[in-house]
Design a protein. Sequence first.
Length: 76
Amino acid sequence: MLERCAPGTEVELKLHHHWVRYNGKTFKSLPKGRHGARVPEVEIGHIDGMLDYLEIDKDCARREIRQLPRKKKSDD
């Protein structure tokens, strides 16, 4: 999703989180998921918060991640 909706995004892996840089901002609250999991799951709320903070196009993100919540009034 980041490649298509936020080209130029940089992701830095930390001990328990991913730091995502885009639009001159850094989102530091994207957890890696359950420790020891081969394919960690990230809660959709964290992704939604990242989209808001980094000002990533939510319509584009919804096309890539169907689980994202529907448009809110604040998305307009």
